[in-house]
Design a protein around this ligand. Structure first.
Ligand code: PMP
Length: 399
C-alpha cells in the first residue's frame, strides 16, 4: 500500500523520549522520568462516595450526552476558583476540556496556520511542542531564568512581527520547575498589548505551591482580554478523570466550543459530575493542602540527596512548587548518554533535549519528585550520583 497518511503524520512522531521511557516502567527501576502525581494522594474513598451520590441522585443524566461547554456546577466551581486567584470570570468564560492537553491542542487548531510563529520558553512542555508542531507552527525560543527574560522576549517580538501567541507556563514550569517573577508578569502583558499578540498561559501547577509567596497569574494583569488561561484537575485531584479547562474571553470560548464539538462533542459527563459532587461534599482546598505538604517533603528530600550525592559542579533549579527539578550538566555532557547509563543502574530521568523545540541544548535533565517514595528518592539520587560522578570524571580526563 502507498503511504496514506497526511503530511502532518510525518511531523508528529511518537516521541523518542516516550519510547525510551517505556523501559522505565520495569518494576526494578526507580523512575524520576514521568510527571505522575503521587498515587497515595488520590482521594479514592471520598471519590467512591461522590461517585455513588452522583449515580444515586442523577444516574441517567450523568451517563447521557452533555453540553460542549461542560457541566454548569463544575464551571461555576471553576469560575469561583478563578476569582480566588485574581481572575474575574463567569461561567461564560469557562469551557471544560478533556484534560488541559485538549485545550492546548484546540489552541493550535484555532490559532495556528502553517508557518505561524509561536514564542515560548526555552525549554518548554514537550506535548505542547508536539501539539503545535502538528499545526505546522514555527517556534521562537526565549531564554529563561526566573521565567522568560523580558528583554529577550521583546527582541523576539520585534524580530518576529508575525507572532501569533506567547505560550508560557509561568508557575513551576514543566520541565524546569522555575517561576516567572511578578514584575515580569506585568511586563509580559505590556509587551503583548504593545505587539498585539495573544498569551496562552498554561498553568497546571500554580495551585501546588509549597514554598515562597503566592503570585497572581499573568491573566490577572490582562487589560485587553488577550490571555487564554488553561488549567487542569490533574495535579490537584486526579489526572485519570481527564478534566481541564480554558478560561478566556467569551468570543474565544465560542470558537473553542465549535472546535471542541468536532473533537469529542463534550468532556466525560460522569467525570464532571463526580468532580463537582466531590467539591460539594468535601473541601478541595484541604485536599490540595495535603498534596502540597507531601510534595514539599519529597522535593526537599530530593534536593537534600542531590546536594549529598551529585557532583558539585552541576546547577539545578530549586522549585517552590510543582513536580520537577531541572539539572544543568557541564557543557559537552550529553544527557541522553547519562540517561542510558542511569538506566543500567536501574534509575531513570528524562534527557532535556526534546524540551527545546528547535532541539539545541543537550546537557540538561528533568527530574520528577512527586511519584516516588522518600526512600526511593534517596536511593535513586544516590544511584544517579554514582553515574554522574563517573561520567563527569571521564569527560575531564578526555579534556
Ligand atoms: N500543560 C503542562 C505544562 C503539563 O505539564 C501537562 C501535563 N503534565 C499538561 C498541560 C496536560 O495535563 P492534563 O491534560 O493532564 O491536564
Amino acid at each position: 500500500m502507498k503511504n496514506k497518511f497526511a503530511e502532518r503524520a510525518r511531523i508528529v512522531k511518537s516521541s523518542e523520549t516516550r519510547e525510551i521511557l517505556k523501559v522505565t516502567e520495569r518494576p526494578e527501576v526507580i523512575s524520576f522520568a514521568g510527571g505522575l502525581p503521587a498515587p497515595e494522594l488520590f482521594p479514592v474513598e471520598n471519590l467512591k462516595n461522590a461517585c455513588n451520590a452522583v449515580l444515586d441522585e442523577e444516574g441517567a443524566a450523568s451517563l447521557q450526552y452533555g453540553t460542549t461547554e461542560g457541566y454548569i456546577p463544575l464551571r461555576e466551581a471553576i469560575s469561583h476558583r478563578m476569582k480566588g486567584i485574581g481572575i474575574n470570570s463567569t461561567i461564560k468564560n469557562v469551557l471544560i476540556t478533556s484534560g488541559s492537553q485538549q485545550a492546548i491542542d484546540l489552541t493550535g487548531r484555532l490559532f495556528i496556520n502553517e508557518g505561524y510563529t509561536i514564542i515560548c520558553e526555552s525549554p518548554t512542555y514537550l506535548a505542547a511542542i508536539n501539539a503545535f508542531k502538528s499545526y505546522d507552527a514555527k517556534f521562537v525560543e526565549v531564554v529563561m531564568d526566573d521565567g522568560m527574560v523580558m528583554e529577550e522576549l521583546e527582541k523576539k517580538l520585534n524580530n518576529h512581527p508575525d507572532t501569533k501567541f506567547i505560550y508560557t507556563i509561568p508557575d513551576f514550569q514543566n520541565p524546569t520547575g522555575r517561576t516567572l517573577k511578578l514584575e515580569r508578569r506585568k511586563r509580559m502583558i505590556e509587551l503583548a498589548n504593545q505587539y498585539d499578540v495573544l498569551i496562552v498561559e498554561d498553568n497546571p501547577y500554580g495551585a501546588v505551591r509549597f514554598a515562597g509567596e503566592e503570585l497572581p497569574p499573568v491573566k490577572h494583569f490582562d487589560t485587553e482580554n488577550r490571555v487564554i488561561y488553561i488549567s487542569t484537575f490533574s495535579k490537584i485531584f486526579t489526572p485519570g478523570l481527564r478534566l481541564g479547562w480554558i478560561c478566556a474571553d467569551e468570543t474565544f470560548i465560542e470558537k473553542y466550543v465549535a472546535f471542541k464539538q468536532t473533537a469529542d462533542l463534550h468532556t466525560d459527563s460522569l467525570a464532571q459530575r463526580i468532580t463537582a459532587k466531590y467539591m460539594e461534599i468535601y473541601d478541595m482546598e484541604e485536599h490540595i493542602k495535603k498534596i502540597k505538604a507531601v510534595y514539599k517533603t519529597k522535593c526537599t528530600e530530593m534536593m537534600r540527596s542531590m546536594k549529598e550525592f551529585f557532583p558539585k559542579n552541576l546547577s539545578y533549579s530549586e522549585p517552590e512548587g510543582g513536580l520537577f527539578i531541572w539539572v544543568e550538566l557541564p557543557e559537552g555532557i550529553d544527557s541522553t548518554h547519562i540517561f542510558t547509563e542511569c538506566l543500567k543502574n536501574n534509575v531513570a530521568c528524562v534527557p532535556g533535549t526534546p524540551f527545546f523545540p528547535n532541539g539545541t541544548q543537550k546537557n540538561t535533565l528533568r527530574l520528577n519528585y512527586s511519584n516516588m517514595s522518600n526512600e526511593k528518592i534517596i536511593e535513586g539520587i544516590k544511584r544517579m550520583g554514582e553515574v554522574l560522578h563517573r561520567e563527569l570524571e571521564k569527560e575531564l580526563t578526555l579534556l
